[in-house]
Design a protein around this ligand. Structure first.
Ligand SMILES: [Zn+2]
Length: 100
């Protein structure tokens, strides 16, 4: 039985500089290797650096393999997880407030 097996969770203090995820089932890596590709892959206008989660690394790698002239990008991924975590925290605060 493997029911008790839980996947390991990696955490990043600042979160992924692309999607904002602070925890992931895979390791966070330094974004320095990928920063030059961010503006194309994620349509970023500003420079972002720090740690990047494995999911975003895979997106960058996928973007690199796109045929020339493809307009596909992963713009919608930017800050998608950060907003989720913020919403979760607001809900938590709201609950604490209700309890008083
Ligand atoms: Zn990410």
């Amino acid at each position: 039985m493997f029911a008790s097996h839980r996947p390991r969770v990696f955490r990043s203090r600042l979160g992924c500089c692309i999607c904002g995820a602070k925890s992931s089932s895979s390791r966070f890596t330094s974004s320095s290797k990928y920063e030059l590709l961010f503006s194309g892959c994620f349509q970023l206008n500003e420079k972002r650096q720090g740690e990047i989660c494995n999911a975003c690394v895979l997106l960058v790698k996928r973007w690199k393999k796109l045929p020339p002239g493809s307009s596909k990008n992963w713009k919608h991924v930017v800050d998608s997880k950060a907003n989720c975590e913020k919403m979760y925290e607001t809900k938590k605060k709201f609950k604490d407030f209700e309890r008083r």
